[in-house]
Design a protein around this ligand. Structure first.
Ligand SMILES: Cc1ncc(C[n+]2csc(CCOP(=O)(O)OP(=O)(O)O)c2C)c(N)n1
Ligand SMILES: [Mg+2]
Length: 602
């Protein structure tokens, strides 16, 4: 018998789920030697140990498609058919959020790549690895079929995504294609992680090859890249932290590792540091810990007890350190330590690098490797600290019908059951549900590209199969509608999960912006809904789930009905189904949320 695995270890095991592996078995092709360029590419793909390739098909890679089905037997990697390229890449993005490793995707020529661009951008901003494969051509014009091969061949196709991928290539021979796959996967998985794009000439895939390539030891082409900090810097950081009156820890981007999570808690406890987390990224600190101070909105000198005494800020790869420092407004005497590798990926096209923070000490290293070293250096508890009392979730019944009702009903239905939140709506408040494990929440779409939610959730739920965790995605209606076909892929590949839709029948976030404009210009605020509300007709989101084979519930129009319906939906997920619950919340955000979302630049 295998030894018991932790949820994180199970999710990272990188093997295809047995239920998925039994699906879409091809008729064996019989004696099957590698005979074509795409067979060599398929061999290289298999050597990468990637369990799945999410794809939307197209003739530009029909050679590779054939090789995966008939040469590899649709296994290692196994195809996951997606109804839109944006879903294919989003699924790989979600899978990486849980496993920390890249999955493959394939998108057709320039057109499939164009469809996938937003999802690639989301993965880029989220620093998540994805290996995107594509195709073009035949590059040799005399080999092209009339019309279609011409419109679907682009010079420098990689230029479409070069500014938000870490690397791209268009190899010109089977040997170069193998090398590109090794290099691309290695680069994608190396911190800071991100998507890569490899484009295969149609002719290269379909051409016959004589000799097979000589075998290689793949591991030697993908060496580990050291991302620890030098001990001298660890000592410097530890000295600053130990000497501090009050440390503020900004717990930013982190892996899903339980050991790293525990080390972060130990460090905070040793320092008595107050800790802030960010719903843009995965859970990084227990939100019921007495030292936990809240989400980024809490970052201001007078918001939390003890903050005004802060004299050292420790950023563990915080997404927007300069922005956090600006809201906190620290006195110049406050020392700032930044632990991050992110500067290595900044390229100046996208401003996702954020403003340049003023720091006193930069550890250009992986925070998950730095924190345990700091714990060792500082000792379990450097000095006694007054421990504040842990935050409590509000017992007050909210008014109207809001996202807070969804949170309350889920708390009631789920109790202490292990749950992974695979997405939360924009207006979510971090106090509504508690995170106690790195897999309790996997973070947002990263790039603010609405429509990523459903696909990311499906990929994350796939990676969570076998962990015993209940996968839940809470999506805004706008987000769900833009990415809705990912539901079909979840149903088809038997990926049980729960979608709860915070359906306010509006792109409500933008109503707030119209409200802001109207107020600033002294114009009628009551017009803010025009061009925003999705009513007359209201879209039946449960039916959109049902149409794709999910079990649809709702519309739920009364808070009192919500818990019972969610209970039924959870029972369906436990029975292996995909459940979609349409909850008709009222348009409107809390005052705090409204202020945070529409604040001006300065
Ligand atoms: C691709 C894309 N289009 C438009 C936007 C602008 N935008 C930001 S939030 C938002 C509304 C999203 O609607 P929904 O998911 O229903 O959430 P709600 O704001 O209603 O809570 C829009 C349209 C965006 N960020 N991304
Ligand atoms: Mg909405």
């Amino acid at each position: 018998m295998n030894p018991p695995q932790s949820a994180t270890a199970r999710a990272q095991a990188n093997s295809a789920d047995p239920a998925v592996a039994g699906l879409e078995r091809p008729t064996p092709a019989g004696a099957n030697a590698p005979g074509f360029g795409s067979d060599i590419i398929a061999d290289a793909l298999r050597s990468l140990d990637i369990p799945y390739i999410a794809l939307t098909p197209g003739a530009s890679y029909r050679g590779l498609h054939d090789s995966i089905v008939n040469y590899l037997g649709n296994s290692k990697p196994q195809m996951l058919l997606c109804l839109h390229e944006e879903a294919a890449v989003a699924i790989a993005h979600g899978y990486a959020k849980v496993t920390g490793k890249a999955m493959a995707t394939a998108v057709h020529s320039n057109v499939g790549l164009l469809h996938s661009t937003l999802a690639i951008f989301n993965a880029w901003c989220d620093r998540m690895p994805v290996v995107v494969l594509g195709a073009t051509g035949p590059v040799d014009a005399v080999k092209r079929r009339p019309w279609i091969d011409w419109i679907h061949t682009a010079r420098d196709q990689g230029a479409l995504v070069r500014e938000y991928t870490k690397w791209d290539d268009q190899p010109a021979s089977p040997g170069a294609a193998r090398e590109a796959l090794l290099r691309g996967t290695w680069i994608a998985n190396t911190a800071p992680q991100g998507p890569v794009y490899i484009n295969f000439d149609a002719e290269l895939q379909e051409s016959k090859v004589g000799e097979p390539l000589p075998p290689i030891d793949v591991a030697r082409y993908m060496p580990d890249v050291a991302t620890a900090a030098p001990s001298e810097q660890i000592k410097q950081a530890a000295a600053l932290l130990k000497g501090a009156k009050q440390v503020l820890m900004l717990a930013g981007r982190a892996s899903r590792s339980e050991e790293a999570w525990n080390a972060r808690v130990q460090l905070a406890e040793a320092l008595g540091a107050r800790v802030v987390t960010d719903l843009k990224i995965g859970a990084s600190f227990p939100t019921d810990h007495p030292l936990y101070a809240g989400a980024p909105r809490a970052i201001s000198a007078d918001s939390v007890e003890g903050f005004k005494n802060v004299d050292v800020i420790l950023s563990l790869d915080w997404v927007d350190l300069a922005g956090a420092l600006r809201s906190y407004g620290p006195a110049p005497s406050v020392k700032v330590i930044q632990v991050s590798l992110d500067h290595r990926i900044h390229n100046g096209w996208s401003m996702d690098h954020q403003a340049l923070p003023a720091v006193d000490l930069l550890l250009s290293a992986d925070p998950d490797l730095v924190v345990p070293e700091l714990v060792k250096e500082i000792g379990k508890s450097a000095k006694p600290h007054a421990v504040p009392s842990a935050r409590k979730t509000s017992d007050k019944e909210p008014t109207g019908f809001t996202n807070e009702h969804i949170a309350r009903a889920l708390r009631k239905v789920l109790g202490d059951r292990p749950v992974s939140y695979l997405g939360l709506p924009l207006s979510w408040d971090d106090s509504w549900v508690t995170f106690r494990h790195p897999l309790d929440y996997v973070g947002s779409n990263g790039g603010g590209g609405v429509g990523g939610g459903p696909g990311i959730a499906v990929g994350a739920a796939l990676a969570l199969k076998g962990t015993g965790r209940l996968p839940i995605a809470i999506c805004g209606d706008g987000d769900f509608l833009m990415g809705v076909t990912a539901v079909w892929t979840a149903v088809h590949y038997k990926i049980p999960m729960l979608f709860v839709l915070a359906n306010n029948r509006s792109f409500y976030n933008d109503e707030l912006h119209q409200e802001r404009m109207a107020r600033a210009r002294n114009r009628p605020v009551e017009n803010k809904w025009i061009g925003q509300r999705m009513s007359e007709p209201e879209v039946d989101l449960a039916a959109m789930g049902r149409a794709q084979g999910a079990v649809g519930f709702g519309p739920v129009t009364k808070p009192a009905d919500l818990a019972d319906i969610l209970q039924k939906a959870v029972a369906e997920v436990d029975a292996g189904k995909v459940a979609v619950v349409d909850v008709r919340v009222e348009p409107g955000y809390t005052a705090v949320m409204t202020a945070a979302m529409t604040r001006a630049g300065s």
